[in-house]
Design a protein around this ligand. Structure first.
Ligand SMILES: [Zn+2]
Length: 510
């Protein structure tokens, strides 16, 4: 039956039936084989499941050490919120292949992107809708190459009814949700029964909250509206202020990105346009709740699907925009990491740039990633003041400069309000590193040695000057030969100037 419809499609001349256009299963297979070909620098990540059919929604990461989150700026590109707007998907798939090929050829710009950034792609947010466009819905033969929504069973009849079903995923986000879209289920812009009611938008929420991108692009194409536009947040006419706090940097990023994408007629480039805030779309939520510089790009001048021979040129021109944004994330930006000064653990803290943010602005203060302690943020060149806040820690301010051509890296440590007691090893017992805090009121000569219970010296730790202030002495559990000292009771003997002190610790096997 599906074959018959595909044949009919070809006879009717559906552009998307040309092999250059991906089906969702082709997307899955291609990403899987690319991951197997480049296992070190790619990661396939199922971030959620579609609302109706439980289809896995797949994100693809490209970065050195792709398997672990690192303290690097993260940028994301997603496609197919709207099922029929397939040019974002094609731009993303061709860009993934271009990056991986050029990386293996040793291209220095691409290598820099892969080494210094975490690049995320989400080719199809709405796979059920996309399957309807392609005539591949799992339990139905219905096809609509102009389908926009997902496949939610609005009337609960168990049948895929294109007259009644589906939610517009790009009206389902929890930011001014009730102001946008439509409340009538059969409508083209149906916003869903409540914010984040859909598996598709929940997947996006999960990915964005976890990865805290500094910038991202939601790709669309014009179904009714005009194309070749870069929308950015926002004009909020019923709110004061109407412009967002990051307006100047967002406006610059949107304009520069647009200027790097040549238009279809090759007579100029894409244009930036400020977007409306009164709609619960992805861009407004991504910026309004998480502070991500989120853009929406309407690919193509006329429509969502174009003759197959036009696809490579459109995707290549949009790829220049992607590479421009990746370069932008590595200059005129801040890359912050925050750790606990004693434990060295990454911390999730509120990081305010006081020249731009207050505690009650929208978006709320950005937070560092608990896994890495990191946060990246695009800024305009200038001098800024960072304020780092976390309950139980002493608030810290750091002044920093942002320059046109560089990424400004700040490795900050926060001091807990009640620091560990000096000269008491922690943790006890320990299976890894043992640390001892010293609180020195002046520069002091410190000697530290580890002894076992029989009084034999196991390890010489330190013989030098420290302070003033807090200092941390660390023992990794090894002896002077670099061998594991084993488990049991150990003593760390300190000599601080003329004062002697012994600290007892216990090591256990993992
Ligand atoms: Zn769209």
């Amino acid at each position: 039956m599906i074959k018959a419809f595909l044949l009919l499609g070809v006879l009717l001349g559906y552009y998307v039936d040309d092999p250059i256009y991906h089906t969702y299963s082709e997307v899955q297979e291609e990403l899987d084989s690319l991951h197997r070909a480049y296992p070190e620098i790619t990661l396939l990540d199922t971030i959620g499941f579609s609302q109706r059919y439980g289809t896995p929604i797949i994100a693809f990461k490209i970065s050195d050490n792709a398997g672990v989150p690192e303290a690097e700026p993260r940028v994301m590109f997603d496609g197919v919120h709207h099922a029929e707007e397939v040019l974002g998907l094609e731009t993303i798939m061709s860009t993934i292949k271009d990056i991986l090929e050029r990386y293996s050829e040793g291209d220095t710009l691409i290598k820099k992107f892969v080494d210094e950034l975490e690049i995320w792609f989400l080719p199809v947010l709405n796979p059920d809708g996309h399957n309807i466009v392609m005539g591949l819905a799992p339990d139905s033969t219905v096809r609509d190459t102009g389908w926009r929504k997902n496949a939610r069973d609005n009337n609960l009849n168990g049948i895929l009814d294109l007259d009644a079903d589906g939610v517009d995923p790009n009206r389902n986000y929890d930011f001014n949700w009730s102001m946008g879209g439509d409340s009538i289920p059969s409508h083209y812009f149906y916003r869903g029964p409540y914010p984040f009611s859909e598996g598709e938008t929940q997947a996006m929420k999960y990915l964005c909250e976890r990865e805290r991108f500094c910038a991202l692009v939601n790709y669309h194409s014009p179904s009714y509206s005009i194309g070749e536009i870069v929308y950015y947040p926002w004009r909020w006419t019923t709110h004061i202020p109407a412009l967002p706090p990051d307006f100047y940097v967002i406006d610059e990023v949107a304009g520069d990105m647009a200027a790097h994408i040549v238009n279809d007629s090759h007579s100029g480039h894409y244009l930036k346009t400020i977007g409306e805030a009164e709609v619960g779309n992805a861009r407004n939520w991504q910026y309004g709740k998480l502070g991500i510089i989120a853009l929406t790009i309407e690919i193509c001048s006329r429509r969502c699907q174009v003759p197959p021979e036009e696809v490579p040129d459109i995707t290549a021109r949009n790829r220049e925009g992607i590479y421009w944004l990746l370069s932008r994330a590595l200059r005129s930006s801040l890359l912050l990491t925050v750790k606990d000064t004693f434990t060295d653990r990454p911390l999730s803290v509120q990081a305010l740039v006081l020249e731009i943010d207050t505690i009650d602005t929208i978006p709320p203060p950005r937070e560092t990633d608990p896994r890495t302690g990191s946060l990246a943020r695009l800024l305009l060149p200038g001098t800024y003041t960072l304020e780092l806040r976390k309950e139980g820690y002493i608030t810290r301010r750091i002044q920093f400069d942002i320059t046109e051509d560089d990424l400004t890296r700040i490795d900050a440590y926060l001091v807990p309000e009640s620091p560990p007691e000096p000269l008491v090893p922690y943790p006890v017992p320990s299976s890894g590193e043992v640390r001892v805090v010293l609180d020195l009121d002046e520069v002091s000569h410190v000697k530290a040695d580890v002894y076992d219970i029989a009084g034999r010296r196991v390890r010489k730790l330190l013989d030098g000057d420290l302070g003033p202030g807090y200092a941390i002495v660390r023992w990794d559990g090894k002896d002077d030969m670099g061998e594991d000292a084993g488990s049991g009771v150990f003593f760390i003997r300190f000599r601080i100037r003329d004062r002697k002190k012994v600290a007892k610790t216990v090591r256990v096997k993992r």
